[in-house]
Design a protein around this ligand. Sequence first.
Ligand code: SF4
Ligand code: SF4
Length: 74
Amino acid sequence: MKNKLTFDVDRCKGCELCIRACPVNILALDEKRVNIKGYHPAYIMEPNKCIGCANCALMCPDVVIKVERVKSDD
Ligand code: SF4
Ligand code: SF4
């Protein structure tokens, strides 16, 4: 995997701003989970398609998402 996203799940308030900010549409709210605040938290559906742009992390008002961009030489 090229890039790694980590979510501070319990900080998420399900506002969907990150989902709208993602240019490759791979973020969604996880309807199967409920976090400590009672929201469905955002998650990444297709990690392999992430281009590491960090738009999601920049848009999140609650600093839920951390993007680690990994350089790939292959
Ligand atoms: S880093 Fe960019 S491509 Fe990856 S999930 Fe966030 S917005 Fe989408
Ligand atoms: S922008 Fe942040 S708070 Fe809003 S859904 Fe995405 S991760 Fe959750």
